[in-house]
Ligand binder design. Structure first.
Ligand code: PLP
Length: 443
């Protein structure tokens, strides 16, 4: 009997034994193509020599030194390299252990920034419906996923949610993507004005939405308008690139495609590529200087901040991405994946939308394509697809997002950047077989 407290209390998953390239192998020898990199984590696959060596060397050199006393070479070098490649005036890096710690830190940094500026009334966060920013209570408060929040409401911080920029469901017939982007962004200004501009501290959003909607990029111009609105009212822009950052969408930082620089940027998953738990929050010099010139102390912290071994892994991952120009490879392979997904699924009677960027692709399933009616949530379609694909040796990431309370079914593909075209072909064949089986077995 296992003493592990599993996520699903009545299911015992197979035991993972080891990884080879894009594959995970269980203790029975069954091979699984990691078509979603877990949850958009394993960007370098599972047996990258450089990262493994960096971790071993770092453990031998220095396993841990508390940041209350020391900094370390890998943490400093990782921060330098991130900043050298980060857009705009992002200038400081706060190294944490994962995505929720990064978004939680961002919310607290925004709050402290305003208290230090003598604007303590600015404590309201605006985020979007159908969003996910992490599972710790502060981060969960920010997210607008009704299903994830339900068990824990009322949540911790003052948050309101505007509509996501969701072309498939949000754009009106005949409306151009550009006009839709402006209309969706206008909701932010309306909400700021409704709340009172001097009460709002920040707006938080993912440049390409991952965990709740399956790789949804914003309409062209949406984030430019969001940036303008934030600037007009002195509201900080926090971009959550925990899932879509680190090359995943074909730019090292997903916001580069939007030509927008946030005040605070969160990254995680792909930064450690699964080799170590690590995340980071980047912020502008202006925010840092406000705190440095005020109390001089960010009132936050975790024991494993800037962990040397995690930082060594993150540094090796980043070097691997840069030295091998893997971000360009993401664009090339991403174009191939996009083409193959369209060839295989665009005419499928229950595939309503195929969307994404780089190697970050989602498909949305609907009961009826004309009316975009979702499947009955009780069918658990996305979960069935995950199960059927897994049985066939494909890992994909299913999602049931909430559309203002109504469930919709999506699947996310986020394969390792090293996946070959033949491996992507294999994944599409498997997904197609699994989808056929799921549809045939629906009651
Ligand atoms: N933010 C986004 C956009 C995410 O997708 C996730 C995880 O899926 C998180 C935050 C939380 O990251 P973690 O699970 O590492 O705490």
């Amino acid at each position: 009997m296992s003493h592990i407290f599993p996520r699903h209390c009545h299911a015992t998953p197979p035991t993972a034994s080891h990884g080879e390239g894009c594959f995970l192998i269980d203790t029975d020898g069954k091979r699984y193509f990691d078509g979603s990199g877990g949850a958009a984590v394993s960007c370098l696959g599972h047996s990258n020599d450089r990262v493994r060596r960096a971790i071993k060397d770092q453990v031998d050199q220095l396993a841990f030194a508390h940041t209350g006393f020391f900094t370390s070479d890998p943490a400093e070098q990782l921060a330098d390299l991130l900043i050298a490649n980060a857009p705009g005036d992002l200038d400081r890096v706060y190294l944490v252990s994962g995505g929720s710690e990064a978004t939680e830190s961002a919310i607290k940094l925004a709050r402290q920034y305003f208290t230090e500026r003598g604007e303590p009334q600015r404590r309201h966060l605006i985020a979007r419906r159908q969003s996910y920013h992490g599972n710790t209570l502060g981060a969960l408060s920010a997210g607008g996923n009704a299903w994830r929040r339900a068990q824990f409401a009322p949540l911790l911080i003052e948050v309101s949610h505007i509509a996501p920029c969701y072309d498939y469901m949000g754009r009106a017939e005949g409306e151009s993507p550009e006009a839709y982007g402006q209309r969706a962004a206008q909701e932010l200004e309306d909400e700021i004005l409704r709340l009172g501009p001097d009460t709002v501290m920040a707006f938080m959003a993912e440049p390409v939405v991952g965990a709740t909607m399956g790789a949804v990029p914003a309409a062209p111009g949406y984030f430019n308008r969001i940036r303008e609105i934030c600037d007009r009212y002195g509201v900080l822009l926090i971009l959550d690139e925990v899932m879509c950052g680190m090359g995943r969408t074909g730019h090292l930082f997903a916001c580069e495609a939007e030509t927008v620089v946030p005040d605070i940027l969160c990254i995680a998953k792909g930064l450690g590529a699964g080799y170590q738990p690590i995340g980071a929050m980047l912020c502008t010099r202006a925010i840092y200087d406000t705190i440095a010139g005020g109390t001089g102390f960010f009132q936050h912290g975790h024991t494993y901040l800037g962990h040397p071994v995690a930082a060594a892994a993150g540094l090796a991952v980043l070097r691997e991405l840069l030295d091998n120009d893997l971000v360009a490879q993401v664009r090339a392979r991403g174009a191939y994946l996009e083409q193959r997904l369209h060839e295989r699924f665009a005419q499928h009677p229950h595939v309503g939308d195929i969307r994404g960027r780089g190697l970050f692709w989602g498909m949305e399933f609907v009961a009826d394509r004309d009316s975009k009616t979702p499947f009955d949530p009780r069918l658990g379609l996305a979960g069935r697809l995950k199960k059927a694909a897994f049985a066939e040796g494909l890992i994909c990431y299913p999602m049931s997002g909430t559309r203002d309370g109504q469930l919709g079914d999506h699947v996310l593909l986020a394969p390792p950047f090293i996946a070959t075209e033949a491996e992507l072909d294999g994944a599409i064949d498997t997904l197609s077989r699994a989808l056929d089986k799921v549809m045939a077995d629906l009651p």
